[in-house]
Design a protein around this ligand. Structure first.
Ligand SMILES: Cc1ncc(COP(=O)(O)O)c(C=O)c1O
Length: 393
């Protein structure tokens, strides 16, 4: 024992979680402000929290629940999917967050050795989920250099030329780490390419309510499409761990295979968390939109702070809680820049290498209230100005 060789290659060869690395970095710097973690600064709706406060003594909260989720929550979610997302032919499974929803989906749809497709810059946890389930042939497609939209021409070619055909294509909309929104016609095009090739499309809609400048989020439905959702950011429920999978009802056997995976990971999402999710849904999306609208100010503060990098260097931010920036060419080691910014200027970002794009950084603007975001932005601007003028001294 004690040998690295005794550990599963599946785990050993999976990337190290960048957020854990960042938390360690931030923890080592006194008073560091974080524009690193993808979180929001609000708590769940008070009305919903007050209701679950009473529930701890209720015996059902301490028992297992149905694997696929509390019936009343699933019913409410089906209504929401129909009314808000125009998903009429979907079934729903409640999970311990969207990350677990993604792992469930990969375990249900992919075999070890399959190839899959994602686009750079990609969401690091999705990449890791493939790696640790043995799906190591991960084909990473380019984004449009200007808009960062997934390159549909590349996808068409790769789906045609790769044999066996990739099993699954995945996108995040709007995106993590870029905050780029995939317009409906492009999403439909990607979906059509998947239909023609006979592969799955998995769309992560974690940031469905986080849309700016009048844009509107849309979902699409099909027997080859799985849509994932999360309560974490919308309702400030990160620590409660609730997400859900909307999957096509008509696909025979899909529900029972998903159930096998679910039964062996969480069995069911935490019951009290599901109850909070239900009460939060009752408060409704208007509450969420009310929280989200104030993030526009934070986005502008951060954008302004990034301006020393030049206008063309900063992209995304049409939705979600992220901006994406290219560092000047001579600072290709983004981990080094992130470390320097944290240690010298007490401001934390995420290095783009974790998302398949060295020489870039992700900036998250949802975790700080406006005043703190202003302070963080001032530090970031100062840091970038110094970086450009004197380098990492
Ligand atoms: C695109 C995306 N999917 C999933 C997650 C994880 O969400 P959850 O807390 O619901 O697992 C995140 C969190 O940052 C995310 O950005």
């Amino acid at each position: 024992m004690g040998s690295f060789g005794m550990l599963a290659r599946r785990a050993v060869l999976t990337e190290t979680p960048v957020m854990v690395q960042m938390q360690q970095l931030i923890g080592g710097v006194k008073d560091c402000l974080s524009l690193a973690q993808g979180v929001v600064h609000w708590q769940p709706p008070k009305k919903a929290l007050d209701k679950v406060k009473e529930l701890v003594w209720e015996p059902s909260v301490s028992r297992y629940g149905a694997d696929e989720g509390l019936p009343e929550l699933r019913e409410a979610l089906l209504k929401k999917l129909s009314n808000e997302n125009n998903l009429q032919k979907s079934s729903v499974m409640v999970t311990a967050g969207a990350n677990q929803a993604f792992v469930n989906t990969v375990l249900t749809l992919c075999d070890a050795g399959d190839s899959v497709v994602m686009f750079a810059p990609y969401y690091f946890n999705a990449y890791m989920s493939f790696q640790m389930t043995g799906v190591t042939n991960i084909l990473v497609g380019p984004g449009d250099p200007k808009t960062l939209h997934p390159d549909a021409d590349w996808l068409e070619r790769i789906l045609r030329e790769t044999k066996p055909t990739p099993k699954l294509v995945t996108v995040v909309n709007p995106g993590n780490p870029s905050g780029t929104y995939i317009p409906e016609p492009l999403l439909k095009k990607i979906s059509d390419l998947c239909t023609e090739a006979g592969c799955w499309l998995v769309v992560d809609n974690t940031y469905e309510y986080f849309m700016y400048d009048g844009r509107k989020h849309t979902c699409i439905e099909g027997n080859h499409i799985v849509n994932l959702f999360s309560f974490s950011k919308a309702y400030g429920m990160m620590g409660w761990r609730v997400g859900y999978i909307a999957y096509p009802s008509e696909v025979e056997g899909l529900a029972s295979q998903l159930l096998k995976v679910q039964d062996n990971i969480p069995i069911c999402a935490s019951i009290i968390s599901q109850r909070l999710a239900l009460h939060s849904l009752e408060v409704g999306p208007e509450w969420v939109l009310d929280q989200v609208k104030d993030l526009v100010k934070s986005r502008e503060l951060v954008k302004e702070a990034l301006s020393p990098l030049g206008e063309d260097a900063v992209k995304g931010g049409e939705g979600a809680i992220y901006l994406w920036a290219k560092l000047p060419d001579k600072f290709g080691d983004d981990f080094e820049v992130v470390r320097w910014l944290a240690q010298k200027h007490k401001i934390a970002l995420i290095p783009g290498s974790a998302c398949g794009c060295p020489g870039h950084v992700r900036i998250a603007f949802g975790g700080l209230v406006e005043d703190d975001c202003r302070r963080a932005s001032e530090r970031l601007r100062r840091g970038l100005e110094e970086l450009l003028k004197d380098g990492m001294v």
